[in-house]
Design a protein around this ligand. Sequence first.
Ligand code: PLP
Length: 386
Amino acid sequence: MSVPSGAGAAEFGEGGRSRREIVRGEGGALFDASGRRFVDLGATHGVNNLGHCHPEVVRAIRTQAAELIHLGSGYANPVRSAFVEKLLGLLPPSFGRVFLSNSGTEAVEAAIKIARSATGRPKVVAARRGFHGRTLGALSATWRRELREPFEPLVPEFVHVPFNDPSALEAAVDERTALVLLEPVQGEGGVHVARPEYLRAARAACSRAGALLGFDEVQCGLGRTGRRFAFEHAGVVPDVLALAKSLAGGVPIGATVTTPEIEQRFRGSHRSTFGGNPLSCAAGLAALEVLERDRLTERAARLGEVARPRLAELPPEKVREVRGLGLIWGVELRENAAPVLAGLERRGFLAISAGATVVRLLPALVIEEGDWADGLTALAEAVGDG
Ligand SMILES: Cc1ncc(COP(=O)(O)O)c(C=O)c1O
């Protein structure tokens, strides 16, 4: 969102922003109208973990589109059932319920509503630098002031505590707390990895206070960190889990996963017209099958270890810190990230930022090994420019 564009046809909030036109995607790469190839080091904000237009996802969409695109949640559908079963089969056995929606912010919104309703409590504890989406509930859990301020007053009873500080978290969780909502790896906030003991302390504080522990793995889940779910690194199982982005191989989807016990305590109703539509479920089923069959989680872990020493070599006079694991990395610069992103783009690599000074690397888990190595070289060159 920026300055309005004034006259002429334009998308809301995109005025004045010049964007490269992209017309095609294949695997880990995007192509402009002239046919120039760019390696997508941002996986279009973490959506295209399987790369662009994965043939099996495309096939599933085509087949399903000819069969049944939309069906209200009042009817059963075998594709939706198969997808739900597949997703729950990847999760720890405590999870047995999933609410399907269309985006990350909706997945978080549902987590907040489930927690407030099931506990009968109002308070949500989130972390500084956290990002959870832009609808009013999810935005209330989001930290960045400039995203929040124009829309205030936001939803009451949301508090933010410093990330990776167990004592501050423990002090904030009390008998009025419905939900502690954390990203095991903060993405938009600059790629900050939760320490395992922090997540364990969050688990203990929630269990002690009768609050629900919610993890937002919209960006870091589904293989990206080198484990199927990022919470596996800490061995901590949440009560509610939000997923989206890559879950349906590029088709809009959101999923909020929880337990049957929590469902039993839920009062009221929460629904979505398009949530769980057969088209996104068919794409999701194909995407999860590819993720598992092609062992993309293990691949992310391996390519992350290729990156680690290369990123550690970046010059400290230009780079303040490098953080990450698997295929989610943040390179925090001493200056603005924009010139480095431009330098990468000139070299044929599209990366994204996370805040003003962090270059974020979030490539497809299927990125070709040569492209990944070349991308790391291009990054070193772009950091060295100027
Ligand atoms: C951790 C996290 N949660 C929620 C969201 C919101 O997802 P969406 O843009 O699909 O609403 C994002 C988006 O970047 C995210 O990274």
